[in-house]
Design a protein around this ligand. Structure first.
Ligand SMILES: Cc1cc2nc3c(=O)[nH]c(=O)nc-3n(C[C@H](O)[C@H](O)[C@H](O)COP(=O)(O)OP(=O)(O)OC[C@H]3O[C@@H](n4cnc5c(N)ncnc54)[C@H](O)[C@@H]3O)c2cc1C
Length: 150
């Protein structure tokens, strides 16, 4: 099996067609990782996502350094993975964030019911009330692809 390193342009192509990844954040030396949907904005070099306030948002507000992993795995010999390190930036309701909010909304509309599952309530009855639009500004990105020689 040979593992190829991807160029930034190849990583970008994958991020454009993918919308599922794993978001890792950390607080007090404790990592925390959850699956999320994201939307890649190539021009702004960032991922957008939607959530309600819960543990990950609270942690990212305290420590904005995050990691996102995106993967396409066919089997152990054929896979592509991307690892991004970046910074959490909340898109506020302020007038100066209008352009970012609008861009996020445009990207979100590409998926029906884009607010789910980020905006879903828990069966236990615990409600998450505060919706949050945020972006991950990409600081560094690497991609690897495995292929078995035929
Ligand atoms: C395919 C997929 C796509 C998703 N897309 C999004 C998205 O775009 N935006 C979004 O906000 N959420 C999304 N989710 C849900 C997300 O993974 C989290 O479950 C959710 O956001 C709650 O995270 P929180 O940190 O606010 O947890 P809280 O509601 O604050 O709860 C924290 C507690 O719940 C546990 N917990 C939280 N999430 C999970 C989980 N998934 N599995 C097991 N235990 C968990 C934690 O360990 C912790 O104990 C998606 C889930 C899946 C499977």
């Amino acid at each position: 099996m040979i593992i190829h390193e991807l160029m930034a342009s190849e990583c970008g192509e994958i991020l454009r067609r993918m919308s599922f990844g794993r978001l890792a954040c950390a607080r007090f030396n404790q990592p925390y990782i959850v699956p999320i949907f994201f939307y890649f904005d190539a021009d702004a070099n960032r991922l957008y996502s939607f959530s309600t306030v819960g543990r990950k948002i609270e942690w990212m507000r305290e420590n904005p350094k995050v990691c996102v992993e995106v993967e396409e795995i066919a089997d152990q010999f054929h896979w592509t993975t991307i690892v991004i390190t970046g910074r959490y930036l909340e898109v506020s309701n302020a007038a100066e964030a209008q352009a970012a909010r609008q861009r996020a909304q445009e990207l979100f509309q590409r998926r029906t019911q884009w607010w789910l599952p980020g905006g879903a309530n828990l069966a236990s009855g615990a409600e998450h009330e505060e919706p949050v639009i945020y972006s991950i500004l990409i600081d560094a990105m690497s991609g690897r692809r495995a292929a078995r020689p035929v």
